[in-house]
Design a protein around this ligand. Structure first.
Ligand code: ATR
Length: 279
């Protein structure tokens, strides 16, 4: 019998996950189908009960339900628990188990072209949900320092305090961090600043960027934010948000099926769809 997979969010219309996972199910000849469901916050518990009752294979969870889903699950893996957010759920013999593949997806995408952050000086820009997943995941990799720059430095301080993995960290304002960018080997931009349609916005001044540094933006629309364009002009190596998106999906697919899928195929598929959206 065909297995159902799903993504729950609100809004959900523009999600690229159905296309990505349905292509993988057919490529690996798995009898399954992945559907998007728009679920209001007040309906989330019922939605999870319904999915449980019909024997869903697994599902993704996206904005705004990543934290509020947790009480409706049977188990949550330790990293997801510490992050306080779940983006992937697997149904294991009737038990719904939650994972977070956002942080690990970012790390896997990064290490494909930047093998190790051990001993490196790292700056995360932003202190929201995405920053938290990335920060906690990177903290486990033993960077020399893992700093945060945020509009509200107190939010960065809270995030640092809540991180369960010990790492040397400082919280800065965006302005302060901009003046000392030359310090960092790796910079990860996690805010929505520069996302379409506000493509001329810049979270931080890039004038002080170090030439050989690695600069990532988790935004993928546009494919090259102004921040990435300017970092590239200053001689940095850059990576856009496609990698994190594709790898979080690949890790979810692996949790559901045991198969780590063809990431190149997934990337091409997503880029084809994005091309249609953005041009
Ligand atoms: P997500 O869950 O997608 O990461 P979020 O939780 O709303 O989104 O987090 C947004 C992040 O972007 C925060 O770090 C926020 O800064 P504050 O902590 O000061 O709110 C940052 N952010 C959003 N809009 C911003 C703007 N216009 N200028 C500067 N920072 C902004």
């Amino acid at each position: 019998m065909k297995k159902l997979f799903a993504v729950l969010g609100n809004p959900i219309g523009h999600s690229m996950s159905p296309l990505m996972h349905n292509d993988l199910f057919s490529y690996y000849q798995i009898d399954a189908h992945y559907l998007p469901f728009q679920v209001r916050a007040e309906d989330l518990e019922d939605a999870v009960k319904g999915l449980r009752a019909i024997g869903v294979g697994g599902f993704n969870v996206t904005v705004p339900h990543k934290s509020s889903i947790i009480p409706f699950l049977d188990e949550v893996d330790p990293l997801a628990k510490s992050i306080g957010a779940v983006n992937t759920v697997v149904n294991q013999g009737g038990k719904l188990i939650g994972y977070n593949t956002d942080g690990p997806g970012f790390l896997k995408g990064l290490t494909a072209c930047y093998p190790s952050i051990k001993g490196k000086k790292v700056l995360v820009i932003g202190a929201g949900g995405a920053a938290r997943a990335i920060y906690f995941t990177l903290a486990k990799e033993k960077p020399l320092t893992l700093d945060i720059a945020n509009r509200t430095p107190n939010n960065a301080l809270s995030l640092i305090k809540e991180c369960p993995y010990s790492v040397v960290s400082h919280a800065y304002s965006l302005e302060e961090a901009g003046k000392q960018l030359v310090e960092y080997d790796l910079i990860v931009q996690t805010t929505s600043i520069g996302m379409s349609p506000n493509t001329s916005e810049l979270p931080i001044s890039v004038n002080e960027i170090k030439k050989e540094s690695m600069v990532c933006d988790i935004i993928y629309n546009p494919l090259e934010t102004k921040f990435l364009q300017m970092a590239k002009q200053h001689g940095a190596q850059i990576q856009n948000g496609i990698e994190m998106f594709v790898y979080q999906g690949a890790l979810a697919f692996e949790i559901w099926t045991g198969i780590f899928p063809d990431v190149k195929r997934m990337r091409e598929n997503v880029l084809r769809q994005l091309g249609g959206h953005t041009c």
